[in-house]
Ligand binder design. Structure first.
Ligand SMILES: [Zn+2]
Length: 145
């Protein structure tokens, strides 16, 4: 059972719970906001029971594989794989969501995997196009899902 007296852990709580994995305050804050906004999605496929994770970020959905770890965002590709950072805020958001059990769970049928991939791919393509056009110039639309 969940303790519902305080269903929203504060940003500070989330940040302090993860302060050991990043010294980047901006990323920690962004990660905490993603968790609080229900942006860390846990896609549970049935009947296989396979689980995939995505994080709705500032430029659309990113696919994360916390086991590797891997994230489809540009920061991960350029900074983390380039050895200049240890992680990105999407993966941090996953860690926070895991510690606080704050995943937004979505049940999907195995047969919806193709749809899942298509939506994800179109988000990734849009995001990369968007990013190249206007880096860091984010409109404040949070799209309904
Ligand atoms: Zn990322």
């Amino acid at each position: 059972m969940m303790n519902v007296s305080d269903p929203e852990p504060s940003t500070e709580d989330l940040i302090s719970s993860l302060a050991h994995i990043s010294s980047h305050p901006g990323h920690l804050k962004r990660a905490a906001e993603a968790v609080q906004g229900g942006c860390v999605k846990r896609h549970v496929f049935t009947p296989s029971g396979r689980v995939l994770f995505t994080v709705v970020g500032r430029s659309g959905d990113e696919f994360i594989d916390p086991g590797k770890p891997f994230c489809s965002c540009r920061h991960f590709f350029f900074r983390v794989l380039g050895g200049r950072d240890t992680t990105c805020y999407h993966l941090m958001g996953y860690e926070m969501a895991k510690e606080t059990q704050r995943f937004d769970s979505i049940e999907m049928h195995d047969e919806e995997f193709g749809t899942f991939l298509r939506l994800l791919a179109s988000d990734l393509l849009d995001a990369s196009r968007d990013k190249e056009d206007k880096d860091n110039q984010k409109a404040s639309d949070s799209r309904p899902r």
